[in-house]
Ligand binder design. Structure first.
Ligand code: ADP
Ligand code: MG
Length: 254
């Protein structure tokens, strides 16, 4: 059981206060939705947790250990995975090759030892190939394994990006607007997949998403930001009836 704690986090960009004194917890096995109008600070908060943005106040801890002074690669190495709004995949390579790259990153083997094909790399290579096959199966992408990313529908690319995160031995998964650009059946598939990785791997998941039916159907808890302030934190049914939350969405297409 691991715990990610956002403690009194503030971020300002020059005169803009993107986050002000934000605190909440994310435990393994929990799915938390991070919602709020445009400009509320949601992406900034994900950036703070993944080490891309340094908080100007407060800190992020994983099981008591401060993460928010570490560089992004180190944070990722501690098991915090991130799925970006636009998948960052090598479009010329196949699905399988993109996933193998993720494995190598997590194993920490440099390109040089890979090229030299040292014996320890052969064993690692076979182990990586097995893990990639497992993830392909989990994602329902076994049939598309040898397609190049360029020839893959957008929704499937997002699944590959999620697969990359899963291969990095993560404990927490952060997703920024994962269903943007997906069709209805892809959305359903992603939802099932998130529920499955929570159940099977015990991941804690933090998902930024505008689509209310999606978040309220998926999440155990919603955290609401408005102009950098945390204005609500609780079960979806309760949070969505909160007058402060309803007011912050007035005029928004929620
Ligand atoms: P959200 O994801 O909720 O739409 P963001 O976290 O992207 O909101 O942005 C919160 C606020 O911080 C906005 O006012 C935005 O313009 C500002 N902001 C975000 N990133 C930067 C940056 N790198 N430099 C300056 N201002 C930024
Ligand atoms: Mg955003």
């Amino acid at each position: 059981m691991a715990r990610l704690a956002v403690e009194n986090v503030s971020v300002s960009f020059g005169g803009i206060h993107a986050l002000r004194d934000v605190s909440f917890d994310l435990e393994s096995g929990a799915i938390v939705g991070l919602i709020g109008p445009n400009g509320a600070g949601k992406s900034t908060l994900l950036n703070c947790i993944s080490g891309i943005t340094r908080p100007t106040g407060g800190r992020v801890r994983l099981d008591g250990v401060v993460l928010s002074t570490l560089p992004p690669a180190t944070v990722a190495g501690r098991g915090i995975g991130r799925v970006f709004q636009h998948p960052e995949l090598v479009v010329e390579l196949s699905v399988r090759e993109n996933l193998m790259i993720a494995c190598h990153r997590s194993l920490g083997y440099g390109l040089i030892s890979e090229l030299l094909k040292l014996p320890n790399v052969w064993a690692a290579e076979r182990a990586a190939a097995r893990r990639v096959d497992e993830v392909l199966d989990r994602l329902g992408l076994s049939e598309s394994a040898d397609l190049t990313i360029r020839n893959l529908p957008y929704g499937h690319r997002k699944l590959v990006d999620l697969g990359r995160a899963l291969l990095m031995d993560i404990r927490f998964l952060l997703l920024d607007e994962p269903i943007a650009g997906l069709n209805e059946s892809e959305v359903a598939k992603l939802r099932d997949l998130l529920l499955r990785v929570r159940r099977e791997l015990g991941l804690g998941i933090l998902v930024v998403e505008h689509n209310m039916p999606f978040v309220s159907g998926l999440c155990d808890r919603l955290v609401v930001l408005d102009l950098g302030h945390l204005i609500a934190n609780g079960p979806p049914a309760k949070v969505l009836r909160d007058p402060k939350v309803m007011a912050s969405y007035l005029g928004e297409d929620a």
